[in-house]
Write a protein that binds this ligand. Structure first.
Ligand SMILES: N[C@@H](CCC(=O)N[C@@H](CS)C(=O)NCC(=O)O)C(=O)O
Length: 214
């Protein structure tokens, strides 16, 4: 049996981020890899100050694996991928490509999509941000039109991160990108994703009841 890890998340969140809190990436990776994990929480209400020693931005998730203590979901997923071939091939070229695409998902795609999404919440459109995102998603669509998976011929941590970035409803409703849509459908149909997603929703449904009692 693989050594268990601890995934830290928030003890409660409002409806909106449920199913999207990034501890899901770590849960999903553990489910894919067969790594046992425990969930622990920090309080939502004073999240910006109650765990700064472990996450300097007052966010989640964090991952603990023995002496390894990490923040940043991408770092956590890559750490888990080093533990399991289910997430990352062992040949140097395949491993390097997974790292490359994980970073592309976070630093070339999510780095552009998140400002666009936050801009939408604020209602103040900045056309340059929209154009930047449309271009970037169009480029990714061209990549995904030619392949089923980002690295080699199977699912890896690169797909976990990329599909998690792309699955936001706001992005999927903007423009026509059939290959990206099919990719998100395919990757998020995996049993490991469905379990991680359902478990996160269950955590917050249970937290609602405790919160109402207090
Ligand atoms: N780059 C960070 C982003 C972490 C992040 O945005 N966490 C959100 C939950 S998904 C959070 O903690 N939000 C609470 C807040 O910022 O107040 C990562 O990937 O771990």
């Amino acid at each position: 049996m693989a050594d268990p890890v601890t995934i830290w998340t928030l003890d409660w969140v409002p409806d909106m981020p449920r199913g999207y809190v990034r501890d899901l990436r770590l849960r999903w990776a553990c489910e894919e890899a067969g790594i046992p994990y425990a969930i622990r929480t920090v309080a939502f209400d004073d999240r910006h100050t109650n765990h700064l020693d472990r996450q300097p931005f007052g966010q989640v998730p964090m991952l603990e694996d023995g002496e390894v203590k990490l923040f940043e979901s991408g770092a956590g997923v890559l750490h888990l991928a080093r533990r399991s071939e289910a997430l990352m091939p062992r040949d140097p070229a395949g491993e390097a490509e997974v790292i490359q695409w994980v970073i592309a998902g976070l630093n070339s795609i999510e780095m552009v999509t998140m400002p666009w999404i936050v801009m939408g919440w604020s209602g103040n459109e900045v056309p340059a941000i929209t154009e930047w995102m449309d271009t970037r998603l169009g480029q990714l669509e061209n990549v995904l039109a030619g392949r089923e998976w980002l690295v080699g011929d199977r699912f890896t941590a690169a797909d976990l991160i990329m599909a998690d970035v792309l699955r936001l409803g706001e992005l999927r409703q903007r423009g026509e990108r059939p290959a990206s849509e099919a990719y998100v459908e395919r990757v998020t149909a995996r049993p490991a994703f469905l379990k991680a997603h359902a478990d996160q929703l269950a955590l917050y449904a249970a937290a609602d009841e405790t919160r109402e009692e207090n």
